[in-house]
Ligand binder design. Structure first.
Ligand code: GDP
Length: 298
């Protein structure tokens, strides 16, 4: 993956400088923190997030206890690694399951973020890795071809797709879709809802109405990592209006600078649960903050 390449390169250079040091002075830490700050800002990480992050790293790096197993330089790197991991959420988050099936997962997001593709990818993942029997519901009635697209993906996966065309209220479609999943004993139902080109009141009202009518176990917001700070703003807006349960960050296989991946958790307090790593149906991965941090720091 070429994502984060320049951030990774810059941070690795900075860490390289401090790594071999047998003694780390306060000035060394300050210099390191300054470089980390610039690298993160350049990667389009939210400035408030950068500020908090750098302060925490500085505080811990200066005040830390000396451990015999690591050189002082290595200890500083360990602090940066831990804080980078914590920034992205510390541990991998799971998909909630309903105590009484089916588990209802509502996919939301702006048009073009990768919502329909991710709906199918997630269904494939849950079936393959978690032994679930998902059914899909095509409720994106506004984007031309979204329903066809989901039907095609359903066929490819040999997985049922519930749809009622484009002339029916999407709130009714999801309600009946969930009923159908219940009748046919699917343990999971994933709803592909409508997106718009930007967050607007109609979109949010409709999604709120859907939420109230099917009471989803998960509301996953799909955002495009390539859009950087826009992805963070969109996440903030959706979370405020709809209270999402997590984020799927798509297009992490592209040359994103990393700002969205590093800011969303801190800004919304909601975890990134999955990452889209390509256009193919099996290119969805659980998001591992620790692995991501290690990848960035090399
Ligand atoms: P929607 O409007 O949000 O439903 O978006 P789509 O699911 O139609 O996806 C928009 C485009 O993004 C399509 O060309 C997808 O193949 C592409 N896409 C989705 N996820 C990923 C990803 O993780 N990586 C890459 N490279 N492309 C993706």
């Amino acid at each position: 993956t070429i994502a984060f390449e320049s951030l990774a390169e810059r941070l690795q250079q900075t860490m390289q400088k401090i790594k071999g040091k047998g003694k780390v002075s306060e000035a060394d830490v300050k210099e390191m923190a300054r470089e980390v700050r610039l690298a993160l800002l350049e990667a389009d990480v939210n400035f408030k997030v950068v500020k908090q992050f750098v302060n925490r790293v500085k505080e811990r790096a200066v005040g830390q206890e000396v451990m015999k197993s690591l050189t002082p330089g290595q200890q500083v790197i360990k602090v940066v690694n831990e804080e980078l991991t914590a920034l992205m959420g510390s541990e991998e988050s799971k998909i909630e399951t309903a105590s009484k099936p089916p588990t209802v997962i509502m996919m939301v997001g702006l048009q073009g973020a990768g919502k329909t593709t991710t709906t199918a990818k997630l269904a494939n993942y849950l079936r393959k890795k978690k032994n679930k029997t998902p059914m899909l519901v095509a409720a994106d009635i506004y984007r031309p071809a979204a329903i066809d697209q989901l039907n095609t993906l359903g066929k490819q996966l040999d997985m049922p797709v519930y749809s009622e065309g484009t002339d029916v209220s999407p709130v009714d479609i999801v309600k009946r879709g969930v009923e159908k999943a219940k009748e046919e004993h699917h343990d999971t139902v994933i709803l592909d809802t409508a997106g718009r080109l930007h967050v607007d009141e109609n979109l949010m009202d409709e999604l709120k109405e859907m939420k109230a009518s099917v009471n989803p176990d998960e509301i996953l917001l799909v955002v495009d990592a390539m859009t950087g700070q826009d992805a963070v703003n969109v996440s903030e807006q959706f979370n405020e209006l709809l209270e999402i349960s997590g984020v799927v960050l798509t297009k992490l296989d592209g040359d994103t600078r990393g700002g969205a991946a590093l800011s969303i958790r801190a800004v919304t307090e909601k975890p990134i649960k999955f990452a889209g790593m390509g256009e193919k149906i099996d290119q969805l991965e659980p998001f591992h903050p620790e692995r991501m941090a290690s990848r960035i720091l090399g």
